[in-house]
Design a protein around this ligand. Structure first.
Ligand code: G3P
Length: 217
């Protein structure tokens, strides 16, 4: 399973990249706002750090304007994935840009039928939002399982990019289901390393090692 980091914070991306945890990056208009940066500049900087797919989202609402924005974003770097919303205009944009050989990530997916449409439109990635379904007392992970089953039934090549991931449990459950990719905030990815028994065990090892009086280097 690939790990994408869901942020436009260059320092955070760089830190995780040094740990070998960044297979790609996803951004959205809210994350660009949070970064306080210009979308074209910050996305270019991210693409200089990360060689995997970097999603940059269009903000127009009509297909013609989305296509124009998508083409402009794609000029930033060869690893740009144009992110479009799951609307009719977004699906049309997906079809046109995919036919032109660009990677497209269809976002704001909340149902299996929406995921089916995105696959038929040639999406490289579909982004179902787990956390936002959980927020409504629905089971976000069920959607990941449903899409996995549907895509496997028909051998769709669109990759399931599980998004709106809030917890370590979301990550492990996505891995068990067989999501192709998860995208999560830096803190969630870093937090996957934490375990109280690891801390306790390390404390014991350090204490015993000190008593040996030895040094390795
Ligand atoms: O990038 C889209 C998605 O991951 C957003 O997550 O936490 O704002 O629902 P969240």
């Amino acid at each position: 399973m690939k790990f994408f980091v869901d942020t436009a914070d260059v320092a955070a991306i760089s830190e995780l990249n040094d740990l070998g945890m960044v297979d790609g990056v996803t951004t959205n208009p809210s994350l660009i706002l949070k970064s306080g940066r210009n979308i074209l500049e910050v996305t270019k900087e991210i693409c200089e750090i990360v060689s995997g797919p970097v999603s940059a989202e269009v903000v127009a609402l009509t297909a013609d304007e989305m296509i124009a924005e998508g083409r402009k974003l794609a000029e930033i770097a060869p690893n740009i994935t144009v992110k479009v919303p799951l609307t009719h205009a977004g699906l049309k944009t997906c079809k046109v840009l995919s036919d032109n050989g660009l990677m497209v990530n269809v976002t704001l997916c909340f149902s299996a039928n929406q995921a089916l449409l995105a696959a038929k439109a040639g999406a490289t990635f579909i982004s179902p939002f787990i956390g936002r379904l959980d927020d409504m007392n629905l089971e976000g992970l069920d959607l990941i399982q449903d899409i996995r089953t549907i895509y496997d039934n028909y051998d769709f090549k669109t990759q399931i990019l599980a998004a709106s991931i809030r917890t370590a449990n979301h990550v492990s459950q996505c891995a068990l289901i067989g999501a192709d990719v998860i995208t999560a905030p830096p803190a969630v990815i870093k937090g996957l390393a934490n375990h109280p028994l690891t801390d306790k065990g390390l404390e014991q090892f350090m204490s015993d090692w000190a008593k040996t009086g030895q040094k390795i280097v």
